[in-house]
Design a protein around this ligand. Structure first.
Ligand SMILES: NC(=O)c1ccc[n+]([C@@H]2O[C@H](COP(=O)([O-])OP(=O)(O)OC[C@H]3O[C@@H](n4cnc5c(N)ncnc54)[C@H](OP(=O)(O)O)[C@@H]3O)[C@@H](O)[C@H]2O)c1
Length: 347
């Protein structure tokens, strides 16, 4: 990871030029519909294709987006999509992304993949969590926009971060980069997600009657977003995700210890420095943020509290999993890749 934070003045005035042709694969999914909703009003793009799986050959419409986008969703034909796109967003299961992204890259199309297929650099770790990805193509960048700006700019394949890692890393990396996290101390990531994080296919866990009125922990020590966060932080974490009865949103509560003598002012200064020019990170200090504050936006709100007596720090970071955790961050990264203002279509 490079350490350059986002410069919001970067980008040319591409609005003067021909629109960039974009396609969305997985347009009937939760993340895909959010992509279409945002891209339909993006000033610099034209949507040339929106595809679903081949489960039905009949064209489909997206009723929730009527009058925002009135196109039809067709079964995915990779060659046809590649022939009429400068960039393709993949909102697909990771096995489908692992298969399709290399084909698009070979056709000269830039790819923004929302799945986990290309997030993990280490072959052994990746083959455990994402076995369908046999190798990493060249030109891949991990798209945590606020910390990877230079790599994103030239990426051919943009691997968009997971929703839990986006919220959690944005809350932890400023402290880690400033050298304030106590080496060897456990980092506990206790995160709550709305149900749309699991995608549209219903399961026992995500069924309304199971989830409504309840909160459940799942996959302690066994969630594939843990290695993604460990890769970015360079140290291990204790990550326990929870499902909460909301349709969207993630709240990540982060607990760890600071190097002795760290003051609240030093913590605040680390956050301020990291996000001085980041348009989508809002720092709230000890006014702890809530999911409601970021729902349906590309913002990540971060608050914190330092207990100087014990050296403990608590950070809370909230995002909308379908926007900053998926479609919004993907478009933010697309904007950086194509030299646009990173806020285009998002603010
Ligand atoms: N949901 C989130 O909060 C979130 C956040 C970050 C990242 N992600 C990642 O983003 C990706 C999409 O997530 P999602 O929640 O939007 O999933 P989803 O609601 O289950 O939607 C999946 C989409 O992929 C299509 N599809 C499924 N199998 C396919 C295949 N073999 N070939 C072509 N298209 C196929 C589906 O089409 P049909 O309608 O025809 O089935 C649908 O459009 C996943 O990799 C997920 O891990 C999701």
């Amino acid at each position: 990871m490079d350490t350059q934070v986002v410069n919001e003045t970067e980008g040319d005035q591409r609005g003067q030029h021909a629109p960039i042709r974009v396609a969305v694969a997985g347009a009937t999914g939760f993340a895909g519909q959010e992509l279409i909703r945002l891209l339909a009003r993006h000033p610099n793009v034209t949507i040339t294709a929106a595809t679903g799986s081949q489960s039905t050959s009949a064209p489909r419409r997206l009723p929730a987006l009527a009058r925002i986008w009135d196109g039809t969703v067709v079964p995915l034909d990779v060659a046809a999509v590649a022939a009429d796109a400068d960039a393709v967003f993949l909102g697909l299961p990771e096995a489908a992304s692992a298969e399709i992204a290399p084909v698009l890259l070979a056709a000269g199309v830039r790819v923004i993949d929302l799945s986990g297929a290309f997030r993990l650099r280490d072959d052994a770790v990746r083959s455990r969590w994402y076995p369908a990805t046999k190798s990493l193509p060249g030109g891949v960048a991990y798209g945590l926009t606020e910390f990877e700006f230079e790599a994103i700019r030239t990426a051919k394949l943009l691997s968009n971060p997971g929703c839990y890692p986006t919220a959690s890393l944005l809350g932890l990396l400023p402290l880690q980069r400033a050298g304030l996290l106590l080496p060897g101390a456990d980092i506990v990531i206790d995160a709550k997600s709305g149900i749309s994080g699991a995608g549209k296919a219903p399961s026992d866990r995500t069924h309304f009657s199971e989830n409504h009125g309840s909160v459940a922990a799942y996959n302690p020590f066994g969630h594939r977003h843990a290695p993604e966060m460990e890769q970015a932080l360079g140290r291990s974490v204790t990550f326990v995700p929870h499902l909460v009865p909301l349709d969207r949103g993630i709240l990540s509560s982060l607990y760890t210890r600071l190097v002795p003598g760290t003051t609240p002012a030093a913590v605040a200064a680390a956050f301020d420095a990291a996000y001085a020019s980041a348009p989508f990170v809002r720092l709230t200090g000890d006014a702890l943020p809530e999911i409601k504050h970021v729902a349906h936006t590309n913002f990540c709100d971060i608050g914190w509290k330092v207990d100087e007596a014990t050296g403990r720090v608590f950070v809370v970071s909230v995002i909308d999993n379908l926007v900053k955790g998926a479609a919004g961050q993907a478009i933010q990264n697309f904007n950086v890749m194509f030299g646009l203002d990173q806020k285009a279509g998002l603010l």
